[in-house]
Design a protein around this ligand. Structure first.
Ligand code: ADP
Ligand code: ADP
Ligand code: ZN
Length: 216
């Protein structure tokens, strides 16, 4: 089962993907996580990506597609995978189709988490991430049991440097201009599944689960 999660920044892609992998046992591939890990390590990829990520701009397609191509060829993707935050441009989607075709597989469903812009600022500025395991929380909507401490691993929580009011505006513009056109691309292929992402986290998970169970 090969799935893509789409939706604007803050729609809940990472949160839902984290929950869905625990049921379906397929790898969760997040290009945002990959860039943040490379930035933290200071690798050449990280240094290059940082120039764009810090401004809230999309990283160029050549860089991004290379990472995903490499990741999809790893053995654990043979049984399926869940892409979160990729593709984000038509060109990335076309490259993905070509990569998958060469591997003899294809995308089964694109889950579009639909959330009105008015919800996103509060979601993004209140987002907190575990430094150790990457789990996502929200100070109001999904707080950990103990403030600033990860429920799963006890790690310390931090705020992403691009989750500020200023960067959120740029990121939403990037989404509207470059990523939203992809919804049509997948709708034409008949694989787009819309989910109301404004509902409670558990309700959204249940809807996605039922769509995915129908695919198996
Ligand atoms: P994305 O990966 O799409 O950017 P996240 O999954 O990181 O989004 O969610 C953004 C923030 O909103 C996080 O702090 C998360 O805890 C919170 N969140 C996610 N889904 C919901 C929801 N359905 N209702 C309220 N808050 C949510
Ligand atoms: P969000 O969870 O808010 O949607 P991500 O963690 O997916 O954000 O991405 C964070 C940043 O990483 C983006 O603003 C962008 O700079 C970069 N990025 C992630 N995925 C891609 C992609 N597919 N193409 C280009 N840039 C990307
Ligand atoms: Zn943790």
């Amino acid at each position: 089962m090969n799935i893509i999660f789409m939706g604007p920044p803050g729609a809940g892609k990472g949160t839902q993907a984290e929950r869905i992998v625990s049921e379906f046992h397929i790898p969760h591939i997040s290009t945002g996580d990959a860039f943040r890990a490379a930035m933290k390590e200071g690798t050449p990829l990280g240094v290059e990506a940082k120039k764009f990520v810090d401004q809230g701009l999309l990283v160029p397609d050549e860089i991004t597609v290379g990472i995903v191509r490499e990741r999809l060829h790893q053995a654990d993707c043979a049984q399926g995978f869940m892409l979160d935050g990729f593709p984000r441009t038509i060109s990335q989607a076309e490259s993905l189709d070509a990569i998958l075709e060469s591997m003899g597989t294809k995308i089964d469903a694109v889950i579009d988490l639909q959330v009105d812009r008015s919800f996103l600022l509060a979601r993004l500025t209140g987002r907190r991430i575990c430094k150790s395991c990457g789990s996502t929380y929200h100070v109001v909507f999904n707080p950990p049991a103990k403030e600033n401490v990860c429920d799963k691993c006890g790690g310390e929580l931090y705020q992403r440097s691009d989750d500020t009011e200023e960067k959120v505006g740029t990121r939403l513009d990037e989404y509207i201009n470059k990523t939203a056109p992809l919804l049509d691309y997948y709708d034409r292929q008949g694989i787009l599944r819309k989910v109301n992402g404004e509902q409670e986290i558990n309700t959204v998970t249940a809807e996605i689960n039922s769509i995915l169970r129908g695919l198996k």
